[in-house]
Design a protein around this ligand. Structure first.
Ligand code: DGY
Length: 316
């Protein structure tokens, strides 16, 4: 692959960066400041035949148009909402992602976030560190997770992973998705408001598309209610964030565990000040083991492309 010019869009993984540097001719987008990127791309576009994108910076229409020799986008993510897939289809550019290898980690984190939010683990930790245990006595009582009514939006690989884990906590599982899934005993709600009304904890685990943009709106939040908890491990743009903030401040929603944000790495200022939320920096797949598997999948897809062999995880 030495002759393959690869543009890496975001410093998301040092192992992948090292391996790309060793095996390909690597161009790092972040090496040039944002105002100089057009110039940087123009100067190197004749050599760039591949893009490695991430869940934070992918390949939008402008980036694709600025790379006339682009043949493949190998995304270091399962979600491809940051890649202009229609444009890739039209231009014959191949696209791959990293499914399966991250399912366990993201599902683990989703359950972790629910428990962390409901049992206020981060807040209790801050309570101990601040010395308040010594001066104020025991921590306030929290909310139980085991046995609760779990609602899941999107019953794909990650949604199913969450369901399986929640079953082990004796939760009852219901879900909402575009169509009813065969072969599950989980209750299907074609209507999201009905699912939220009948859930104590609502997990967002669907792909971000035009149809699921701001799927968590005021009506869904109010249906979940003052004791309800929202957990989002999918994409920030699934949630109408100003409405979420209002509901948390006004006590119309019990709490939220969030791994993703609409304009990450920026996080709405108001959320930072709230005590009924747990905020994580998009680390769903962020374990050493999984990130290495994702990186190896990206490298294997690029290798297959160069050798004109079938891609391992093609999407387009
Ligand atoms: C993905 O791969 O799309 C995940 O969001 C990464 O954590």
């Amino acid at each position: 692959m030495e002759s393959l010019g690869v543009l890496f869009t975001y410093p998301v993984d040092s192992y992948l960066e090292e391996e790309l540097g060793r095996r390909c001719k690597l161009f790092r987008l972040w090496d040039s400041p944002p105002e100089k990127r057009k110039e940087f791309l123009r100067a190197n576009s004749s050599q760039i035949r591949a893009v490695v994108g991430s869940a934070v910076v992918g390949a939008d229409s402008d980036l694709i148009d600025s790379l006339p020799k682009l043949e493949i986008i190998a995304s270091f993510s399962v979600g491809l909402d940051k890649v202009d897939l229609d444009k890739c289809r039209k231009k014959g550019i191949r696209v791959t992602n990293t499914p399966d290898v991250l399912t366990d980690d993201v599902a683990d984190l989703a359950i972790g976030l629910a428990i962390c939010t409901m049992r206020q683990i981060c807040q209790s930790d801050r309570f101990v560190r601040s010395g308040a245990w010594l001066t104020k006595g025991g921590y306030r009582l929290t909310s139980k997770f085991s046995g609760k009514r779990v609602g899941i939006i999107g019953l794909g690989r990650i949604g199913l992973g969450i369901a399986k884990r929640a079953e082990a906590f004796n939760c009852t599982i219901s879900y909402h998705s575009r169509t009813e899934k065969p072969n599950t005993n989980y209750k299907y709600y074609p209507n999201l408001i009905n699912l939220a009304t009948n859930s104590d904890v609502l997990f967002v685990a669907c792909a971000l598309t035009e149809d699921t943009y701001h799927i968590i709106n005021r009506d869904v939040i109010d249906a979940l209610g003052p004791k309800g908890v929202l957990v989002n491990i999918a994409r920030g743009s699934h949630v109408d964030e100003p409405e979420l903030v209002k509901a948390l401040v006004e006590g119309r929603l019990g709490g939220a565990g969030l791994d993703v944000f609409e304009n990450e790495p920026e996080v709405p200022e108001e959320l930072i000040g709230l005590d009924n939320v747990v905020l994580l920096p998009h680390v769903g797949s962020g374990t050493v083991e999984t990130r290495k598997e994702m990186a190896n999948l990206v490298l294997a897809n690029l290798e297959a492309h160069v050798q004109k062999k079938p891609l391992l995880t093609p999407v387009v």
